[in-house]
Design a protein around this ligand. Structure first.
Ligand SMILES: Nc1nc2c(ncn2[C@@H]2O[C@H](COP(=O)(O)OP(=O)(O)OP(=O)(O)O)[C@@H](O)[C@H]2O)c(=O)[nH]1
Ligand SMILES: [Mg+2]
Length: 208
């Protein structure tokens, strides 16, 4: 990573939205193991350099060293609501929003997004190799907060509508981001072996 990349990545707030039910996965996918580490650790590690780190999840569900727990403003209402909670809790400026299930997001990925910020932009999003935007793994400015709240108030739940297209910068990422929704998705990443973590009632602290 270049020194410019480093300078960029240190300047935004990190937020992991982790309040989902993992229905398709069948157990808490944030705790599913990839290479011996929970998916939550993979996504957190990529953002560890950020000065403020927020974990938006039901209180007590996870303990992640160095990350500030933030409760959902609208529990169970999806990642757009998770973004709202993050934008409220973050200091004014840019927020890097990540899901728990994107272990392919690296510091270089976030630095590339950061380098595409413009004074007019309210969001910076990657287009994957097939040209689809990746709103969960994107930068959002806290100035979007009123619009996001208005969308939620109106019943909208689609994260991709959080930022108006004319205020969104799109850039290209040449690698497949490997979003994990099912045990089969994880098994494919593991090279065919399903290493799904067993569900548990009380989860252990997730220190690094
Ligand atoms: N804070 C918060 N995060 C959420 C909520 N719903 C989903 N997420 C997170 O948003 C990200 C993407 O969501 P999904 O891939 O649909 O995950 P999920 O909702 O747990 O899984 P499914 O039940 O299979 O849809 C994951 O990191 C989820 O934990 C919510 O209500 N609040
Ligand atoms: Mg979901």
């Amino acid at each position: 990573m270049s020194s410019q990349d480093r300078a960029n990545i240190w300047t935004f707030t990190a937020a992991i939205t982790a309040g989902g039910q993992s229905r398709r996965f069948g157990s808490d996918k944030a705790l599913a193991l990839l290479g011996g580490r929970p998916l939550l650790h993979h996504v957190a590690a990529a953002l560890d350099a950020c000065p403020v780190r927020l974990l938006v999840a039901p209180p007590g569900r996870y303990v992640l060293d160095g990350w500030t727990p933030v409760p959902d403003t609208r529990p169970g209402e999806g990642p757009l609501a998770g973004l709202e909670a993050a934008l409220i809790a973050a200091p004014p400026g840019w927020v890097a929003l990540s899901g728990v299930d994107l272990p392919g997001l690296t510091p270089r990925y976030w630095a590339a997004l950061a380098s595409h910020r413009t004074p007019e932009a309210l969001s910076v999003q990657m287009l994957d190799p097939s040209g689809r935007p990746q709103p969960l793994g994107a930068l959002y400015h806290t100035a979007l907060r009123p619009q996001v709240s208005a969308l939620l108030d109106a019943g909208e739940r689609r994260l991709r509508l959080a930022s108006p297209p004319e205020r969104t910068v799109f850039c290209h990422w040449p690698h497949d981001l490997r979003n994990i929704n099912t045990p089969a998705d994880l098994a494919a990443l593991q090279g065919g072996t399903d290493h799904t973590a067993k569900p548990s009632i009380k989860k252990p602290p997730l220190g690094r």
